[in-house]
Design a binder for this molecule. Structure first.
Ligand SMILES: [Ca+2]
Ligand SMILES: [Ca+2]
Length: 147
């Protein structure tokens, strides 16, 4: 009886985790927004091999921005400014020619260049403005992925 109840609880927790992962877009590629006026906007940076780098604005549009915002626990994006709208980054440019449909749960799942392959400079860094905080997702991220 005790063992059965424990199994049920574990099963429910696994379902909850799977549900939140699909709804919230939790993924393993780390993404952050830099230099925005709040935590919902900024220059898009992704971590690859332990190094933060930027994303080129070639082909950057709202579909791509939607994926970034979902990864961060927001509902979607309201804009996808390019041309270093949130300031030019430095160091690596990790991604170029990003071509998401908008339904992917991670930039990794989108059509795009190989990491580090690009014809850009930092004056073309991509940005996003996100909207619609999904509180349940933020709690989930904070407890599962961020710390
Ligand atoms: Ca695109
Ligand atoms: Ca390009």
């Amino acid at each position: 009886m005790e063992g059965k109840r424990f199994e049920d609880i574990v099963r429910i927790l696994i379902y909850v985790q799977l549900f939140l992962t699909s709804v919230c877009g939790a993924e393993y590629l780390d993404v952050r927004l830099v230099n925005g006026s709040n935590n919902a906007s900024g220059r898009v940076e992704v971590s690859y091999n332990g190094t933060w780098g930027t994303v080129c604005d070639d082909g950057w549009d709202l579909n791509d921005a939607n994926v970034v915002c979902k990864m961060l626990g927001f509902f979607d994006a309201s804009s996808a400014p390019g041309m270093a709208a949130y300031g030019a980054g430095y160091g690596e440019i990790h991604l170029d020619e990003v071509d998401c449909t908008g339904s992917e749960s991670s930039l990794e799942d989108c059509i795009k260049s190989e990491f580090g392959v690009h014809n850009c400079d930092h004056s073309e860094d991509a940005g996003v403005t996100c909207r619609g905080t999904m509180t349940v997702c933020l709690i989930f991220f904070n407890s599962t992925y961020r710390y």
